[in-house]
Design a protein around this ligand. Structure first.
Ligand code: NAD
Length: 260
């Protein structure tokens, strides 16, 4: 029997990350869940993954906003499973404000979590992946890694940054069996999006229903939210041998948004 692969998914106690963790477990990988919630809160979800898919799952509440937290997550994974085969840099937050009022600390937090965490995690795993001749790094960017929207300066900067970082690491690892790709989702109805609806309504002076219709889904020609399952299926595909030649890409899953 081939050894089970191990996948670390940052920010996987909720939303897209959780869906990706479940799908990678369903594909037979041991998974490391991560988020800011206390372990007791995530325990039912962690156990459900083990029970449903027959793999091992651990949870770490390491803070991805800090370099030491990122390094601790990777160290914890290596202690539990020996190595990291698949790294999904997913943890992210959003803040919506015109640039002149954008709080400095929100800028710093978003750049730390949505961009720098991927650097620290990649730095910690890439040597092992290269030495073993196999690895997959998947960065959850955004359609906002390819195009901008107003009032999201920090988020758009971080997501464009991670697309550039993806390309750089892909070039550095291309001859070593390691692929590095970004997935660029359009709007997915997770807590991250639900929480920004009231702020967007305030920033634009419109109702929350109008935000959903005229701002969020107006951007997506399909007029539908992207689903977690669609993103998880793509992430799983990127870990397969069939995807070995896909590297350095930023793959939009956005209902046609960036075709505009
Ligand atoms: P979510 O709010 O549902 O989940 C965020 C996750 O990040 C949670 O597990 C949370 O615990 C974790 N997290 C937050 N702060 C953390 C920290 N300091 N350290 C460790 N973990 C932390 O969000 P989501 O919508 O699933 O977003 C996941 C990723 O997908 C983000 O990078 C986001 O930018 C990206 N994305 C989301 C959408 C969307 O429409 N929801 C679209 C494009 C890209």
């Amino acid at each position: 029997m081939t050894k089970r692969k191990t996948a670390v998914i940052t920010g996987s106690s909720s939303g897209i990350g959780h869906g990706i963790a479940e799908a990678l477990a369903a594909a037979g990988m041991n998974v490391v869940l991560n988020g800011i919630e206390p372990a007791a809160q995530i325990e039912p979800a962690r156990k459900a993954i083990e029970d449903r898919f027959g793999v091992k799952a651990i949870y770490s509440p390491a803070n991805m906003m800090k370099a030491d937290g990122v390094r601790a997550l990777i160290a914890e994974t290596e202690a539990a499973f020996g190595q990291v085969d698949v790294l999904v840099n997913n943890a992210g937050i959003q803040f919506v404000s015109p640039v002149e009022d954008f709080p400095d600390e929100k800028w710093e937090q978003i750049i730390s979590l949505n961009l720098s965490a991927a650097f620290y995690a990649t730095k910690a795993v890439v040597a092992g992946m290269k030495a073993r001749g196999w690895g997959r790094i998947i960065n959850i960017a955004s359609a906002h890694g390819l195009v901008a929207s107003p009032f999201k300066g920090a988020y758009v900067a971080a997501k464009h940054g991670i697309v550039g970082f993806t390309k750089t690491v892909a070039l550095e690892t291309a001859e070593h069996g390691v692929t590095v790709n970004a997935i660029c989702p359009g709007y997915v109805l997770t807590p991250l999006v639900q929480n920004q609806i009231p702020d967007t309504a305030k920033a634009r002076g419109i109702t929350e229903a109008e935000v959903i219709r005229d701002v969020l889904l107006a951007a997506q020609p399909t007029k539908k939210f992207v689903t977690v399952e669609e993103l998880a299926a793509l992430a799983v595909f990127l870990t397969t041998d069939a995807a070995a030649s896909i590297t350095g890409t930023a793959l939009p899953v956005d209902g046609g948004w960036t075709a505009h």
